[in-house]
Design a binder for this molecule. Structure first.
Ligand code: PGA
Length: 253
């Protein structure tokens, strides 16, 4: 049984004060998930990971980082390594978010090395994949997703901890736009991802979680979370509101 995952990507938002208050409210609100199988994770900006460790340890909310460097240490000004994330007891790390791919020009190759660096350090990577609107209109959705998966999973060591792996399908046109993919569109791509993972490794396909992201909110979470190949959601904007994030968690239980 794959454990449902509800993840909140806070991106470059908030301040020390506002994010500590958000962490505290989510920690209080998630008390009723204690007996459930649901996993709740938040992704504050790097500089607030210390606050996450301080305020979320012992609660049922885990935390992670929005990115990492593929190198473990050295002369890489401005970068943060997996070892450093482990120092703050991060459980997860997002890899290849579309904002990293499209705004900062990250390549499939760089994303693959980050993914492996995360796994090697025992962090759970959430690999984001997804097509742009233009690619969807040209009928390129499947080939884009398959290319993004291929660069990471063709190099995956056979003995990896497959249950630590998460793939997030995030259509670029649905991120921060209020335009959620339809349940049919989501199910179709999630099935494609699951079938593709099977080609790399059958155990990987059955253990890896595939979550959906892109304008998820408390109005659409229930429908999306209960599709057969959807194991949870990656929430951006709506995760900055504790009540809404908790509500999404309840709807995905
Ligand atoms: P959104 O962001 O929920 O604000 O669309 C999702 C994401 O970027 O992970």
């Amino acid at each position: 049984m794959r454990r449902p995952l509800v993840a909140g990507n806070w991106k470059m938002n908030g301040s020390k004060e506002s994010l500590v208050s958000l962490m505290q409210s989510i920690a209080v609100g998630c008390d009723h998930f204690k007996t459930s199988n649901m996993e709740l994770v938040v992704f504050p900006p790097f500089v607030y990971l210390e606050q996450a460790e301080k305020h979320l340890t012992g609660t049922c909310v885990a935390w992670g980082a929005q990115d990492l460097c593929s190198e473990s240490n050295g002369a890489y000004t401005g970068e943060i390594s997996a070892t450093m994330l482990n120092d703050f007891h991060c459980r997860y790390v997002i890899v290849g978010h579309s904002e990293r791919r499209h705004i900062f020009g990250e390549t499939d190759q760089q994303i693959a090395t980050k993914f492996n660096a995360a796994l090697k350090s025992n962090l759970r990577p959430i690999l984001c994949v997804g097509e742009t609107n233009e690619q969807r209109e040209k009928g390129l959705t499947d080939s884009i997703i398959m290319r993004q998966l291929e660069s990471v999973f063709s190099k995956l060591p056979a003995a990896s901890d497959f249950d630590k792996i998460v793939v997030a399908y995030e259509p670029v046109w649905a991120i921060g736009t209020g335009k959620t993919a339809t349940p049919d569109q989501v199910q179709e791509v999630h099935t494609l991802i699951r079938n593709q993972l099977k080609k790399y490794n059958v155990e990987l396909a059955s253990k890896a979680r595939i979550i959906y992201g892109g304008s998820v909110n408390s109005g659409n979470a229930h429908q999306l979370c209960h599709l057969s190949d959807v194991d949870g959601v990656l929430v951006g904007g709506a995760s900055l509101d504790a009540n809404q994030f908790i509500e999404i968690g309840k709807l995905c239980k």
